[in-house]
Design a binder for this molecule. Sequence first.
Ligand code: THG
Length: 268
Amino acid sequence: MIIIGEKINGAIPSVAKAIADRDEVFIRELAERQSKYGANYIDVCASTSPDVEREALKWLMDIVQDATDVPLCIDSSDPNVIVDVLPYAKKPGLINSASDEGGKCEIIFPVIADTKWNCIALTCDNSGIPTDPAVKFNISKTLVKKASDCGIAAGRLFIDPLVNSIATVEQSLISFMEATRNIKAEFPDIHITSGLSNISFGMPLRKHINQTFLVLAMGAGMDSAIMDPSSLDMRTSLYAAEMLLGLDEYCAEFLGAYREGIIGPPKN
Ligand code: THG
């Protein structure tokens, strides 16, 4: 699994405060913790007003890059902001995100074409966020084609099939899994990622729903997640699912993580 650590996000009130106060120690600690618990990328999202977003993102990027060697995942809904802060990354990472909506992929793909940057591509277009798995699959094909036209191989794309909240779309997970299977079958090198928390909006026991979503989605072929790697329960589920899906030879990763105390029993 390719883990994208989600904790440095201005949508979280404590992080918004740290950004406003320029509290470097707070952000550095979040970066170090996520790195320690196996994040493959560290998401940085300022979630501030547009006029200060570039400066806030650059500040976050500098701290994370000083604290860890983990590559960045640069998260903004504005593709021009992403393009503008890219030069401040010390090495290539992951862009979050492009899509077929509002010309986003047309802005991002040419810029990263001749680089080693990877890119999350959301399955939405000018008609919005689809719930139908066939539409998610069709948008994925368009995104792969547009990337390929820029010389970007499918293996550099992380398709995010945008899971809907189960409270509003009861077939949400079924639809996500069908789209994931179809995308993986058509483009075997492509990655599939998702935020874990969207599924449980409006529901109680959110963490349990998110954790179960992670496992079921992995079963359908999701090989990346935007999540909190410092959550023991979530990490333990992840290691168990990888092992049960036959992705952990001799159960070595699971047993090693258990011995090192990286995974453990649920805390009741
Ligand atoms: N897809 C893509 N990018 C995304 C999302 C997605 N970026 C933003 C978001 N969704 C993923 N990031 C977060 C970050 C924090 C939380 C949820 C999603 C969050 N955090 C709580 C906290 O830290 O206080 C709780 C964490 C927990 O209980 O585990 O809610 O879908 N491409």
